[in-house]
Design a protein around this ligand. Structure first.
Ligand code: SAH
Length: 239
């Protein structure tokens, strides 16, 4: 029997047992994830790498998928939604160029994994989720795991979160048909917005920087996210 990093005890493998809810060695799995999936594909920011090494991704997926948590793909989290692939989380975070002082807005809290990564690199994170029961679970999870500088809000994130605007960094983790105008409006001068824009099937990750009220746009990766639903997103019937 051996102790894992969550303090639980499990079999050494001599006896068949039910699949564990925590993978055998999450610390090692995170190191492998960082080397194989992130560094090899060009993630360079050491602060982003440190955050990806630290956040226990297996806590953010359904228990029956904990063994898959560090694999190179998105995973279902219920409601037809997904937790993004580790590389996509790292790439979006890196593109935000956080220095630690920012107030960040995320649209699409989902499991809270991206918000947890952001919380280690910024002063404050506000994340908006349209599904109330996902938001309630995610709020509880982030609190339990000690990510105290994240606030989970329920609402249509295509409208941003005007009460707390402006934000130095905004990230949208669902596919938008266009850049939602309220998000551009709530971006601080010098701020960065990362958003996948395109059709429901395929998008391009855009990095948008606001300078003197001008939006400077740069296309990054091709990607495929679940649809952003709402006033400046897709109508629910399109999804
Ligand atoms: N960032 C998440 C993954 C997000 S999946 C993570 O780390 O796990 C996309 C999420 O966006 C889903 O949870 C979906 O419910 C949510 N969503 C879609 N449209 C939205 C909107 N208009 N406002 C807020 N959340 C939205």
């Amino acid at each position: 029997m051996s102790k894992s990093d969550d303090g639980s005890t499990r079999s050494n493998g001599f006896h068949p047992a039910a699949p564990p809810a925590t993978p055998m060695n999450p610390v090692l799995l995170r190191r492998e994830m960082v080397e194989r999936q992130l560094r090899k594909r060009g993630i360079r920011d050491e602060r982003v790498v440190a955050a990806m090494l630290s956040v226990p991704r297996h806590e953010f997926v359904p228990a029956e998928l904990a063994g898959e948590a560090y694999s190179d793909r998105p995973l279902p989290i219920g409601h037809g939604q997904t937790i993004s692939q580790p590389f996509m989380v790292a790439a979006m975070t890196e593109a935000l160029q956080l220095s630690g002082s920012e107030r960040v807005l995320e649209i699409g809290a989902g499991s809270g994994y991206q918000a947890a990564v952001l919380s280690l690199l910024a002063r404050e994170v506000h994340t908006v989720e349209m599904h109330e029961d996902l938001a309630v679970d995610t709020r509880e999870r982030l609190q339990r795991l000690g990510y105290g500088n994240v606030q989970v809000h329920v609402g249509d994130g295509t409208l941003g979160w005007p009460d707390q605007a402006p934000f130095e960094a905004i990230v949208v983790t669902a596919a938008a048909p266009e850049i939602p105008p309220p998000l551009a409006a709530q971006l601080a001068d010098g701020g960065r917005l990362i958003v996948p824009v395109g059709t429901a099937e395929e998008q391009r990750l855009l990095r948008v920087e606001k300078r003197d009220n001008v939006l400077l746009k740069r296309p990054l990766y091709h990607c495929r996210f679940v649809p952003l639903i709402g006033q400046y997103g897709w109508k629910p019937k399109d999804s």
